[in-house]
Design a protein. Structure first.
Length: 70
């Protein structure tokens, strides 16, 4: 059985193929407009995949979501 950290690492590697930047176990998802409904949906999907809560916030200047294990 994989630990939540191992699942997070695998998810990070998968999302790299879709333009996600990964630095120090933090995911940076490029998003032109802050859409909290989309983020809530995405956060739920990620949380269900790795069975751990995640947190995130939108950086207006860099126009991306910063997501990390919560």
């Amino acid at each position: 059985m994989l630990t939540p950290r191992e699942k997070w690492n695998l998810l990070s590697k998968l999302l790299l193929n879709f333009g996600t930047r990964v630095e120090h176990n933090i995911l940076y998802l490029n998003w032109s407009v802050k859409d909290e409904e989309q983020f809530i949906f995405l956060a739920r999907c990620i949380s269900q995949c790795i069975n751990v809560k995640i947190t995130g916030f939108y950086d207006y200047q860099k126009r991306h979501w910063k997501i990390q294990l919560g």
